[in-house]
Design a protein around this ligand. Structure first.
Ligand SMILES: C[S@@+](CC[C@H](N)C(=O)[O-])C[C@H]1O[C@@H](n2cnc3c(N)ncnc32)[C@H](O)[C@@H]1O
Length: 316
């Protein structure tokens, strides 16, 4: 199943989403994403009919506004994008810089869609003054307007009428959960620039995050966290502490192209942690999902039937 993706977003969980959503509670009424970014997991979950409602949140306000427009006004957004894209051909680079300047002045979410479609690696970067400063990708003109329109319509069809979008700091989302919510958290990467990661709009402090998870444990919240990982034998990011009693599922995410270039055959492994309440409900034990050599992500695409099912220890 190909999932709609209107824009690239660095750190997007689009490829891993079909596997991650296998670890959602069997009866998920509402999926909450406090750090939703491009909302890849909610889109995949909606496509599989695995939740009835969604709460998307991201501290980056124009990004949250863009998600709301994608869901509620896809036609208007597609028209705006097409006009901007067609205006781009005389001097594509100069056009990008003009749009970027206008976005920094107005914070207009519609302009952000164009910037994300055209910038290097879909990487959202801001300078110290909070201005979007990512460069254009000189090799790509960005998504064609027709493709963009199809993607926006598809996302809207999946999420419209069942999604709320907010732009709060994640603690305010966690303080307002319902008892039957399932929460997926994919916070900004750790260790790139200390606690603050300039690729994202805000950073989070490790100790605060751990304290928030401990409170969720006391409330028996069913949650999943993508956090640290490793490349070959080297770890990146600080693992979540044992005192949280989380169940670790490791996912081989793919071979590192940079390591391959350097002649090393190293696999990137991402950590997915399940809360005690969720691991108990799903009867999950610590697991490693391996990929066979040259295998694509299709093994991750197998849906788990929507009913009481034990999670396999290893996807064959
Ligand atoms: C790793 S990205 C999430 C990627 C997402 N899972 C996807 O598939 O696209 C982390 C997100 O957290 C947001 N963020 C950073 N600090 C935050 C905070 N304090 N509260 C809420 N969101 C925050 C960033 O703007 C960024 O979009």
């Amino acid at each position: 199943m190909s999932l709609p993706q209107p824009f690239q977003y660095q750190g997007s969980k689009r490829t891993l989403a079909p596997l991650i959503l296998q670890y959602l509670p069997i009866s998920t009424t509402r999926l909450v994403e406090p750090f939703c970014g491009s909302a890849a997991l909610s889109i995949a979950t909606a496509a599989r009919g695995r939740a009835k409602e969604f709460w998307l949140n991201d501290f980056n306000k124009p990004l949250a506004e863009l998600l709301a427009l994608m869901i509620n006004s896809p036609r208007e957004l597609a028209k705006f994008y097409a006009e901007l894209w067609h205006g781009d051909h005389a001097d594509a680079l100069e056009h990008y810089y003009q749009v970027r300047e206008e976005f920094n002045r107005t914070q207009d979410a519609q302009l952000l869609l164009y910037l994300l479609a055209r910038c290097v690696k879909g990487a959202v970067r801001y300078n110290g003054e909070g201005l979007f400063n990512q460069s254009p990708d000189k090799r790509r003109l960005g998504t064609q307007p027709e493709t963009m329109q199809a993607n926006l319509n598809a996302v809207s069809a999946l999420l419209r009428g069942k999604t709320i979008v907010t732009s709060l700091s994640y603690e305010n989302v966690l303080a307002n959960l319902r008892a039957d919510d399932a929460v997926y958290m994919d916070p900004p990467y750790q260790g790139v620039c200390g606690e603050r990661d300039s690729r994202y709009f805000a950073g989070i402090a490790f100790d605060d995050f751990v304290a928030q998870l401990a409170v969720l444990n006391l409330k028996n919240v069913r949650y999943l966290v993508s956090y640290d990982g490793r490349l070959g034998s080297r770890s990146y990011g600080k693992p979540l502490p044992a005192k949280l009693h989380l169940t670790l599922v490791e996912i081989e995410a793919g071979r590192s192209s940079q390591a391959t270039l350097l002649g090393r055959d190293e696999m990137t492994v991402e950590s997915l942690y399940l809360s005690p309440a969720l691991a108990e409900e799903l009867e999950v034990v610590p697991t490693m999902h391996r990929r066979r050599r040259n295998e694509q992500m299709q093994m991750m695409e197998k849906p788990v039937p929507y009913g009481k099912a034990k999670i396999p220890k290893r996807v064959p």
